[in-house]
Design a protein around this ligand. Structure first.
Ligand code: T46
Length: 133
């Protein structure tokens, strides 16, 4: 089964421009407790390099593009987030890295839980050990 779970976010745009709506428990399978966005990423910078024990997220590039790499400890897959209609669902125990940010990239993330540093697994070998338990 693919690690890449894309959610097609319908554009409700018209001649005035684009409008995309994301409803909790409708377009995405969780309640949203937190929203954050990543922007003005410097050229050549990559981010992420961690997994979460208990967090569901939807990532959408609302401007520009970046490449998300997901890894379940067995295989790795990459996907370009290059459209505000393309949401990437990221569940528990998935290592994620974000690469190749365009200068204009704004990566919006909807999260199922409040920020909790103890939920992060930031060591790749610990992550691999955990998913192989
Ligand atoms: C993820 C990917 C896609 C907070 O205080 N509150 C927050 O809600 C977040 C997300 C971060 N922070 C703090 C923690 C760090 O001191 O902001 C700093 C930067 O966070 P981090 O280095 O974890 O950022 P990324 O871009 O590597 O990862 C982020 C999310 O943290 C992570 O959950 O899945 O984006």
């Amino acid at each position: 089964m693919s690690l890449i779970h894309l959610i097609d976010l319908q554009s409700l745009g018209d001649e005035r421009g684009s409008l995309v709506s994301i409803e909790a428990n409708n377009h995405i399978p969780f309640e949203v407790k937190r929203v954050y966005y990543i922007s003005q990423t410097k050229q050549g910078v990559s981010r992420g390099f961690h997994a979460h024990k208990n967090l569901q997220q939807l990532a959408v590039c609302v401007a520009g593009k970046c490449r998300l790499l997901l890894d379940d400890g067995i295989s790795r897959e990459s996907v370009w987030l290059d459209s505000s209609n393309k949401g990437l669902f990221i569940g528990n125990n998935v290592w994620r890295e974000m690469h190749d940010f365009s200068a204009d990239c704004v990566l919006l993330v909807l999260a199922s839980e409040h920020y909790d540093e103890s939920d992060y697994i930031r060591d790749y070998s610990l992550f691999c050990a955990k998913v192989r338990e």
